[in-house]
Design a protein around this ligand. Structure first.
Ligand code: IFM
Length: 440
C-alpha cells in the first residue's frame, strides 16, 4: 500500500469493524433467539440455511481477535451489541452473562489502547419483539431506547463513541420491501412503517442516551451511488428515486427534518398517522455521522407499481458480491453529506471493504482488497483536501464472518477464518494495512 498514516491529518482515526451476530456465535452465553435465526431456518432465505449460531466463535476468542486489532496498529474497534444477548426477550430481565461479556470486551478493547466504537443495533432483532411486529410497531422506539440505556449504563463509562442503528436502509427497505434480509417481508406498508420507525427509534435512543449523560453519539447510514442506466429521462428519474429511497430518506430526516419528495410520493400513503410530528425526535442532535459505502448501481425504469425501477448489471470490475468497484462514489457521498446534511460534524467512514476469496487458491493472498482499500482511502484524502471534515476510516471487516443471506461464502475479512477449526490467519491486506498504519 502506497498510502500511510502520515498522508492523513494528525489524529485521523483508523479502525476495523465487526458485528455481533456475524462473529460472536449466538448459541453461546444465553443469548435469546433472533429474527435472523428464524429467517435462516426458512428454506430459500440464506445460502445452505446457515445461521450465526457458531459464526467465528468470537464469544470465546474475543481476546485473540482484539490482539489482532491491536497488532494491525488500528486506533479504534467498531463492534456491535446484540440486543438478544443482553435482553433475551427484547425487554424485561437481562442476561447477566451477556452484560458481563460486553463488559469484558470493552475492558479488553481499552486495555489494548483501542477506542471502543459501539453500535447498538446491527440487525439481530430479538424474536420476541418480531412477534410483536418488530420494526412495523411504533413501540419499537421505546423498546430500543430502553435497551440502549440499559447496556450503556453498564459500559458507557468506557465507550468512546456510540451509534444507535447500523444502516437503516437495510433494516427497513432491504428487509421489509425487498425481502432479502430478516424478517423477509415484501410489503409496501410494512416497509413504509419500518422506514419511519427505524428513524423514530434512532432519535428516541439518542435522546435517552443524551439524557443519561452519554456523549459522542453518532448515526451510521449506508450509501450506494445510483447512476442512470442510460441517458434517457426515464433512467434519470429512476436513479433519482433510488437515490431518494436509499441515500436521502434517512439523512434528510435526521439533519433536514423532512423526507425527500420522490420517495415520499410512494410511501406517504403507507406511513403511520402523525409521522410529520416525529421529526423533532428524529432530529436529536448528533456529535458525528458515519457513512458506510461499498458500490454503485445502474438503475433503469421498470413496469409495475411504484417505485417501478430495476437494477441493471454494470460494466466495472466486481467484488465477489457482484458489486461494482466505484471508489468515486465514496468521495461523492462524503462531499454531499457535509454539504447537504451534516455540515461541520465530523464524518467517519464507518464501513468500507470488499468480499474476495483471494488469489491462486490462497484466501490470504488478496492484493485486490489492498487495492480496493487504497482507492477508497484516496477518495477520503480528496474529500479532506476539498474541506470535508472526514475524521476517520473503518474497514469492514476484521474477520471473515457470517455475510447474512450469503451465509459464510463471501469473505470480507482482513483476517481469514477457517470455519471448521476457527483458526485466524492474517491476509496480505492485513499486513499491508499494519505497515501503513505503523507509528514512527
Ligand atoms: O456484512 C455487512 C455488514 O453487516 C453491514 N454492512 C455491509 C456489510 C457487507 O455486506
Amino acid at each position: 500500500m502506497k498510502l500511510a498514516r502520515g498522508d492523513f491529518p494528525e489524529g485521523f482515526l483508523f479502525g476495523a469493524a465487526t458485528s455481533s451476530y456475524q462473529i460472536e456465535g449466538h448459541a453461546f452465553g444465553g443469548a435469546g433467539r433472533t429474527h435472523w435465526d428464524d429467517f435462516a431456518a426458512t428454506p430459500g432465505n440464506v445460502v445452505r440455511a446457515e445461521n450465526g449460531a457458531r459464526a467465528c466463535e468470537h464469544y470465546h476468542r474475543w481476546a485473540e481477535d482484539l490482539d489482532l486489532m491491536a497488532a494491525a496498529n488500528f486506533d479504534a474497534y467498531r463492534f456491535s451489541l446484540s440486543w438478544a444477548r443482553i435482553l433475551p426477550e427484547g425487554r424485561g430481565t437481562a442476561n447477566p452473562e451477556g452484560l458481563d461479556f460486553y463488559d469484558r470486551l470493552v475492558d479488553g478493547i481499552c486495555a489494548r489502547g483501542l477506542k471502543p466504537m459501539a453500535q447498538l443495533y446491527h440487525w439481530e432483532l430479538p424474536s420476541a419483539l418480531a412477534d410483536r411486529g418488530g420494526w412495523r410497531n411504533r413501540d419499537i422506539a421505546g423498546w430500543f431506547a430502553d435497551f440502549a440505556e440499559r447496556i450503556m449504563a453498564r459500559i458507557g463509562d468506557r465507550v468512546w463513541a456510540v451509534a444507535p442503528i447500523n444502516e437503516p436502509w437495510c433494516v427497513a427497505w432491504l428487509s421489509h420491501f425487498l425481502g432479502l434480509h430478516a424478517p423477509g417481508l415484501r410489503d409496501i406498508r410494512a416497509a413504509a412503517r419500518a422506514m419511519h420507525h427505524v428513524l423514530l427509534a434512532h432519535g428516541t435512543a439518542v435522546g435517552a442516551l443524551r439524557a443519561a449523560g452519554i456523549g459522542n453519539i453518532g448515526g451510521v447510514f449506508n450509501f450506494e451511488y445510483a447512476a442512470p442506466a442510460d441517458a434517457s429521462a426515464g433512467a434519470g428519474a429512476a436513479a433519482d428515486l433510488y437515490d431518494a429511497i436509499y441515500n436521502r430518506w434517512f439523512v434528510s430526516a435526521v439533519f433536514n427534518g423532512a423526507y425527500p419528495e420522490p420517495a415520499l410520493k410512494g410511501l406517504e400513503p403507507h406511513l403511520p398517522a402523525g409521522w410529520q410530528d416525529d421529526f423533532a425526535t428524529i432530529g436529536a442532535p448528533l456529535d458525528w455521522v458515519g457513512a458506510n459505502y461499498y458500490t454503485r448501481k445502474l438503475i433503469a425504469p421498470d413496469t409495475g407499481p411504484w417505485p417501478a425501477l430495476r437494477e441493471v448489471p454494470g460494466p466495472l470490475p466486481k467484488t465477489d458480491m457482484g458489486w461494482e468497484i466505484f471508489p468515486e462514489g465514496l468521495g461523492h457521498f462524503l462531499v454531499r453529506l457535509a454539504r447537504d446534511h451534516s455540515g461541520p460534524l465530523p464524518i467517519y467512514v464507518t464501513e468500507n471493504g470488499m468480499a474476495s476469496a483471494g488469489q491462486g487458491g490462497d484466501p490470504a493472498q488478496d492484493p485486490e482488497r489492498t487495492a480496493y482499500l487504497e482507492a477508497h482511502l484516496e477518495e477520503v484524502r480528496r474529500a479532506i483536501a476539498a474541506g470535508v471534515p472526514v475524521a476517520g476510516y473503518v474497514v469492514w471487516s476484521l474477520l471473515d464472518n457470517y455475510e447474512w443471506a450469503a451465509g459464510y461464502d463471501k469473505r470480507f475479512g482482513l483476517v481469514h477464518v477457517d470455519f471448521e477449526t476457527m483458526e485466524r490467519r492474517p491476509k496480505a491486506s492485513y499486513r499491508a494495512l499494519a505497515r501503513a498504519l505503523s507509528r514512527p
